[in-house]
Design a protein around this ligand. Structure first.
Ligand code: PLP
Ligand code: COI
Length: 341
């Protein structure tokens, strides 16, 4: 490895790598796409992505295994989710093969930046789809840019596997009922910036959003899904049309049941019934599994397992998931895609 970075302490920050992939949709078709060293995108000032938020993104990671190979975790699921988001925003879809090949090409071209095995670091991939071209009425674009760039990352939330606290937002929602909460669009994140800032200023890692219609049930975290573990070994996670369907969460639901013998439950998580959980966490690509020490709601901090130590079941889920992602534990069929080097 020629690159020398502080692999153990990467955090989650933009890092300009040598190569990214770019493809253009024009005159009714996608071009073949190519790798480029140009990290800037040039677009028309009237692009719908800029004015009307016609844009979507994804997040997935490449992992260095013990034998030095590199692998992706369920990239086809990210491709499918981007297609669903594209349907919601009337954007041109990126075919699954094109998406996965673009991810592989970016990883291969920047292979020196995939953190070494054992450092905890990964290469985070950010696929981005934007509507561009000369449109000024509220209409979908007829041209699109699909790009995939990458950066080496460590923990998203500062604690890593040490629990941190979260705070419920009652003043702000990230998504509307029947809005775009289930789509990975920038607007949801724009809406989360102000409550996220207030939460961080108050010493919390992020916000817990409640269902926008009744404010009585947990929806998700600003950048991750929520799960709780009950004393009778249920893995419980909210089911709602306005949360992002997390690939990590659906992977955990499966692993919880098939590998750890937990009962998987997707359903309502009333905010005034947190006592049912002996452990809780936030899960996502960037968040991995981040244990939730406590949730502050109406001035009271509800602590789950501990504010300082990860709970035993959360740790088991973490070890299983991360073991699979880094190639130490056998993956369910189809979950791992190797990248040629
Ligand atoms: N919820 C939100 C709002 C997110 O931004 C993310 C991150 O992608 C997730 C959940 C977790 O989804 P995934 O596990 O597919 O990364
Ligand atoms: C991810 O986990 O990939 C995300 O997109 C979360 C966040 C960085 C927005």
């Amino acid at each position: 490895m020629v690159v020398d970075l502080d692999w153990e302490n990467l955090g989650f920050a933009y890092h300009k790598l040598p190569f990214r992939y770019v493809s253009y949709f024009k005159d009714g078709k996608w071009d073949d796409g190519e790798l480029t060293e140009n990290a800037s995108i040039t677009l028309s000032e009237s692009s719908p992505a800029l004015h009307y938020g016609q844009q979507a993104f994804e997040g997935l990671k490449a992992y260095r295994t013990k034998d030095g190979s590199i692998q992706l975790f369920r990239p086809d699921k990210n491709a499918e989710r981007l297609q669903k988001t594209a349907e919601r925003l009337l954007m041109e879809k990126v075919p699954t093969d094109k998406f996965v090949e673009a991810c592989k090409a970016v990883v291969k071209a920047n292979a020196d930046y995939v953190p070494p095995y054992g450092t905890g670091g990964t290469l985070y991939l950010r696929p981005l789809l934007i509507g561009v071209g000369d449109v000024i009425g509220v209409h979908p674009a007829s041209e699109y840019i699909f790009t995939v760039f990458a950066m080496p990352v460590g923990s998203y939330f500062k604690g890593g596997l040490t629990p941190t606290n979260f705070i419920v937002s009652e003043d702000f929602d990230r998504a509307a009922p029947h809005g775009t909460g289930a789509a990975k669009v920038g607007g949801n994140y724009a809406a989360s910036l102000l409550p996220g800032k207030k939460a961080k200023e108050a010493g919390f890692s992020d916000v817990i959003y409640l269902d926008p219609a009744t404010h009585s049930k947990i929806e998700e975290v600003g950048a991750a899904n929520f799960f709780g573990i009950t004393a009778n070994n249920e893995f419980v996670t909210p089911l709602s049309p306005s949360i992002l369907p997390s690939i990590t969460k659906y992977s955990l639901l499966e692993l919880a049941e098939k590998r750890l013998g937990l009962t998987p439950v997707e359903g309502d998580v009333p905010i005034d019934d947190l006592d049912r959980f002996v452990e809780a966490g936030a899960c996502g690509t960037a968040a991995v599994i981040s244990p939730i020490g406590g949730i502050e709601y109406r001035g009271k901090l509800h602590v789950f397992y501990s504010e300082t130590e990860v709970g035993p079941m959360t740790k088991k889920l973490y070890d299983e998931l991360v073991g699979i992602q880094f190639g130490d534990i056998e993956a369910p069929e189809g979950w791992i895609v190797k990248v040629d080097q």
